[in-house]
Ligand binder design. Structure first.
Ligand code: CP
Length: 308
């Protein structure tokens, strides 16, 4: 099974993956050993920078007893001009499953079409990042006990932000009300807003973050992504536009979750790190159990009901 966008999963399949991830938590944190993927090889193909996605996939595979091949454009024959198609033919022979991150939107689907093994999209340009969405949903469930009917605010680079593109689609299918907070130049693409609304999602848009903090269940901050701007001057106009600190949360609901896919630059002041609102580091850890669940499912390996 490939995972290119969240449309590749039904709601029931997403919920089942979150339940699998919950059961795998002792394996993810190293307190239990369960070599379900012994003898399997993961191709970790990163043509764009990553810390969390690459390392959490590697940790997930290794904690399940599997092996990992790492490939990036630096140090591989991509630098000699090898095409993505040819690279994928090699991976098809060397690995049982592959994760791909690529700067070009659509590259994960292209890779999936080129090979037989399952392909998991780890971020394709400004397109989608569905494995991030699974760990985001898992984290929201940890915090609120449900992913159903929540009020979620998505903040920052909504135009180029693949995390918010995937997450907003998934949340809308679970009845969320969404508020998009961005400067005008980085608003959520019109086609995504239209799609969400046509599916019955309640969507609001504003540029004023502080006005919506008090009436939210989740605030999902994102970085203004310098690398996606065609023009540096346009980036400079909006760099650092949204920053929250612990004083801003003084009147926020006690169970308000502050999330961020990371890396952060200046969006979340460190004064929030020690508050009960800070979920972003737990969120990053949750990449391990959710990606374990996804690897098992994609490779057709069942997860035991009880793990200890
Ligand atoms: N959240 C996320 O995709 O982080 P990385 O870019 O470090 O993988």
């Amino acid at each position: 099974m490939d995972l290119i966008t969240m449309d590749d999963l039904t709601n029931d399949e997403s919920i089942s993956l979150l339940e699998d991830a919950r059961r795998l938590m002792p394996v993810a944190d190293g307190s239990a050993y369960l070599p379900l993927l012994e003898g399997k090889v993961l191709g970790n193909l990163f043509f764009e920078n990553s810390t969390r996605t690459r390392l959490s996939f590697e940790t997930a595979m290794k904690r399940l007893g599997g092996e990992v091949l790492n490939l990036s454009d630096v140090g591989s024959s991509v630098k000699k001009g090898e095409t993505l198609y040819d690279t994928m033919q090699m991976i098809d022979g060397y690995a049982d499953i592959a994760v791909i991150r690529h700067p070009r939107q659509g590259a994960a689907q292209y890779a999936a079409d080129a090979v037989e093994i399952p392909i998991l999209n780890a971020g394709d340009g400004a397109g989608n990042h569905p494995t991030q969405t699974l760990l985001d949903l898992f984290t929201i469930k940890q915090g609120h006990g449900t992913i159903q009917d929540l009020r979620v605010v998505l903040v920052g680079d909504l135009r180029y932000g693949r995390t918010v593109h995937s997450l907003s689609h998934a949340l809308s299918r679970f009845g969320a009300s969404l508020t998009f907070v961005s400067p005008e130049s980085l608003m959520m693409p019109e086609e995504i807003v239209r799609d969400l609304k046509s599916n019955g999602c309640d969507v609001a848009e504003t540029s004023d973050l502080l006005s919506v903090l008090g009436s939210s269940d989740v605030v999902y901050m994102t970085r203004i992504q310098r690398e996606r701007f065609p023009d540096e001057a346009e980036y400079e106009k909006v760099a650092g536009i949204y920053t929250i600190n612990s004083d801003d949360l003084a009147n926020a609901p006690s169970n308000l979750m502050i999330m961020h896919p990371l890396p952060r630059v200046s969006e979340i002041h460190p004064s929030i790190d020690s508050t009960s609102h800070a979920w972003y580091f737990r969120q990053a850890f949750n990449g391990v159990p959710t990606r374990m669940a996804l690897l098992c499912r994609s490779l057709g390996v069942p997860i035991p009901e009880v793990i200890n």
